[in-house]
Design a protein around this ligand. Structure first.
Ligand code: NAD
Ligand code: MG
Length: 301
């Protein structure tokens, strides 16, 4: 099986790849197959337990990075998955699909641009039509481009960041609600920038703050329907997002993650178990409305 790759017995905290990485840069959205080193997303040390048996999950940004790792771990836990991504990411999406299929689950490929207002509804409808129902929604896609000063953030760019990161979260939830039964879970990917801000990411950080507030609000509102809503706030993660950030130089990419106390970025497989935890009723039935920090040693006060 794809996840039976060999690993040393060294603790993962101290043995995952550290900067400096090879200097590199890509056009957004970035292609995972072109990253060096390749992100680690197969989680070979993880032991599945049927926690999502028979469930269906829709994951945006499921072609690569965190979303791919989540799609694969959900499949290992027994879920069929639908993944959304941009058409240029087809090859990455097919790699995710192969991994999901290798553990005997279905992977529906749903290319589409989330900045188009109709996309969210179409994704939900196609998922339910093809996979039968919807139990877990993971709103995970994002646009990020650093700028050195606030004046460099044009109205169009500010708009694009919100239209990619925030609007689809709400639109997906609204479209999904008629299908979500009690016991369903909604998970949004936030960021450390929602907690600390980020000097060069005013628009992006603001979208992540909005995601946190929306998560808490939806959690309160949907409690009576038995639907839990949570967010995860990762620190730096080795995925295409930063190497394809238009404002990040190849030199900055080579040092990516060195600001985290642990001195390196997370690998996607160090995030995906948290998404299983928050999707699984057996693990987190009393948890709703939280923003779970996964920050490599940063304390949030
Ligand atoms: P990634 O590049 O693998 O995933 C982001 C995905 O967003 C892309 O694969 C793409 O499919 C999707 N996307 C972008 N624009 C889109 C659009 N208009 N329509 C549809 N899809 C679109 O990178 P990742 O790091 O795994 O990102 C996943 C989430 O993690 C994002 O929400 C990101 O903000 C968050 N995050 C990442 C980091 C990090 O350091 N990588 C840190 C904190 C939070
Ligand atoms: Mg991608």
């Amino acid at each position: 099986m794809a996840h039976s790759e060999s690993r040393t017995s060294a603790p993962q905290l101290t043995s995952e790849p550290k900067p400096p990485f090879p200097k590199q840069h890509q056009e957004a959205p970035g292609i995972e197959a072109e990253l060096d080193p390749q992100p680690r997303w197969r989680a070979p040390l993880y032991r599945e337990a049927g926690k999502l048996k028979g469930k269906v999950a829709l994951i945006t940004g499921g072609d690569s990075g965190i979303g791919r790792a989540v799609a694969y771990l959900y499949a290992r836990e027994g879920a069929d998955v639908a993944i959304n991504y941009l058409p240029v990411e087809q090859a990455d999406a097919e790699e995710t699909q192969r991994a999901v299929q290798s553990v005997g689950r279905k992977c529906l490929l749903l290319p589409g641009d989330l900045t188009e207002p109709r996309t969210a509804r179409e994704l939900v409808e196609q998922t339910v039509r093809e996979l039968g129902h919807l139990d877990v929604l993971v709103s995970n896609a994002a646009h990020q481009a650093r700028k050195s000063s606030p004046e460099e953030v044009s109205d169009d760019e500010f708009d694009r960041t919100f239209r990619t990161n925030v609007y689809p979260y709400f639109q997906l939830v609204r479209a999904a609600l008629p299908h979500l039964k009690p016991g369903s879970a909604i998970i949004a990917t936030s960021s450390e920038t929602s907690i600390f801000g980020s000097e060069k990411l005013p628009d992006y950080s603001a979208t992540k703050g909005a995601i946190n507030a929306l998560t808490k609000t939806l959690a309160s509102n949907l409690l009576e329907r038995g639907i839990r809503v949570n967010a995860i706030a990762p620190g730096p993660v080795w995925t295409p997002l930063n190497p394809s950030d238009a404002g990040a130089s190849p030199e900055q990419v080579s040092k990516f993650g060195s600001h985290a106390p642990v001195g390196r970025p997370a690998q996607p497989e160090e995030l995906s178990p948290a998404y299983v935890f928050l999707a699984s009723d057996a693990d987190s039935s009393y948890i709703t409305g939280i923003v779970l920090p996964v920050l490599g040693g940063e304390t949030t006060g």
